[in-house]
Design a protein around this ligand. Sequence first.
Ligand SMILES: C[S@@+](CC[C@H](N)C(=O)[O-])C[C@H]1O[C@@H](n2cnc3c(N)ncnc32)[C@H](O)[C@@H]1O
Length: 307
Amino acid sequence: MKRFHEPVLGECALEFLNPTGSGLYLDGTVGGGGHTRKILERCPECCVLAVDRDAEAISEAKLALAEFDSRVEFLHQRFDHVPQEAQVLKAGLDGALLDLGVSSHQIDRDDRGFAFRKGVALDMRMDRSEEQNASHFLAEKGEEELAQAFRDFGEERKAKRLAREIVKRRSSGPLQTSDDLVAALSVSLGRSPSARDKARIFQAVRIAVNEELEALKLALPAIREVMNEKAVMVVISYHSLEDRLVKNAFRDWSSDCLCPPELPLCTCRGRSLGKVLTKRPIMPSEREVVINPRARSARLRAWRRAA
Ligand SMILES: C[S@@+](CC[C@H](N)C(=O)[O-])C[C@H]1O[C@@H](n2cnc3c(N)ncnc32)[C@H](O)[C@@H]1O
């Protein structure tokens, strides 16, 4: 019998989504299909629009979810483009889930170029039909832009030094493998980088190459607009900047007043669009982290559209 891994904060996401009736739910990051499976199993008449920007994830999820064939529509697309393109959304969504970041499949496969294991070619594109991979990014971006990515997305204190080292090295040829990037990192740190150091820098390059924050920023209001009354949006993020975007968006949508803070009196007479369901982000239990160490940085937030 095929075994399925438990998706990150799977039960918690399901509790908030609470799929019922013949509702339509968006899984904007279907990956291996774990969360979608939970929705379909919990609710025998629900349908899921299962989206991923990675064509391999879509193929994998199709196989994993074959038994639910008639209730899942698959779409190879960036989640921020879905609301304007998916015909099936005309009737509105009864819930939406984004489980951000990379999948185990992407990290575990050397040919996807996400990992810092020795000899891995730098790629990191979630959608392999896109032109810019990690090697191109490191070859083409200016020193300041590289430094900003390492600082903002990797919280690297020696970001400038690392960017300068990359620019120096690439004058004799592009950085092509994980070893090339790790070698530049060793010089900038002045010591052998730990696994944590490497993980932060590789994550920074991945976020930049895939424009992950830009996609999230566009997706949140676009998805909200196609949600039906009382529909819940759940977002699981793995990076503090992603979590901040989600937190601020949910807070703004839940506020009655949308006037700029410098105005002494409210003039907009606004009405909140909905309600934050998670005062604080929900994190996985210690037990979940032991079973799945990749869950350790997960933060779940949920928001419900007003009736
Ligand atoms: C953490 S995995 C999702 C795992 C999934 N929830 C499961 O249970 O198997 C994240 C997935 O989101 C996809 N992804 C990330 N950003 C995306 C975006 N902007 N649009 C669509 N898919 C995206 C990745 O390709 C990856 O397959």
